[in-house]
Design a protein around this ligand. Structure first.
Ligand SMILES: [Fe+2]
Ligand SMILES: [Fe+2]
Length: 195
């Protein structure tokens, strides 16, 4: 990793990330990094951008809610999003820290971090790569992961749609509430398929 998008070198950045997240999550982050680099090569994406977004994507996941409340306005986290819990807001919060703590200004990197929890209507290649790398990194083991990996090997958009659908199904099966933004993203991708 060069200093193209942040002044932090990889070692210093990892040190800081390791202080903020649980051990198991840190290992996950390294696997997402490896997968994001692999996908970036495969799809001719910006390797540096994908790698950096992967390294920072879960930075805010283990943060206490009280910390996030302080940055809520600046991170564009509305009350509804805050109420849904870190599962949803750690993307937007992560993008905020990427900018404020790590000095990242590249919009694709910031959007990829922002969007990784629920996806987005407009996703750049970097955003899609991080979204899928997070889903299929080598440590993942869930029903459907091999299909997701196969799709990611053939067609990145198909993999994105698969993840959006599976996530929704999973939430419904477990009778969990669905963040309205998740439904909006689903509807937009279904619309895209009809067009
Ligand atoms: Fe995450
Ligand atoms: Fe993750």
């Amino acid at each position: 990793m060069t200093n193209m998008y942040t002044k932090w070198d990889r070692a210093a950045l990892l040190e800081e990330v390791s202080l903020r997240v649980k051990k198991a999550r840190f290992a996950h982050i390294l696997r997402v990094e490896a997968k994001a680099i692999e996908l970036a090569h495969k799809y001719a994406g910006d390797v540096e951008a994908c790698q950096l977004a992967a390294l920072l994507h879960d930075y805010a996941k283990d943060m206490p809610r009280s910390e996030v409340v302080k940055i809520q306005q600046a991170a564009h986290i509305d009350a509804e999003m805050l109420a849904f819990g870190s599962q949803i807001w750690h993307g937007p919060a992560g993008a905020y820290y990427a900018k404020e703590t790590f000095g990242v200004t590249n919009q694709e990197v910031l959007d990829a971090i922002y969007q990784h929890t629920i996806g987005g209507e407009q996703m750049s290649l970097v955003s899609k790569i991080v979204f899928i790398a997070d889903y299929i990194e080598n440590g993942r083991d869930f029903p459907g992961v091999s299909e997701a990996r196969e799709l990611a090997n053939q067609d990145l958009d198909a993999a994105v749609i698969y993840k959006i659908k599976q996530t929704l199904k999973h939430l419904v099966d477990r009778e969990e509430r669905i963040y309205p933004g998740t439904l909006t993203v689903y509807n937009q991708w279904m619309q895209k398929m009809e067009d």
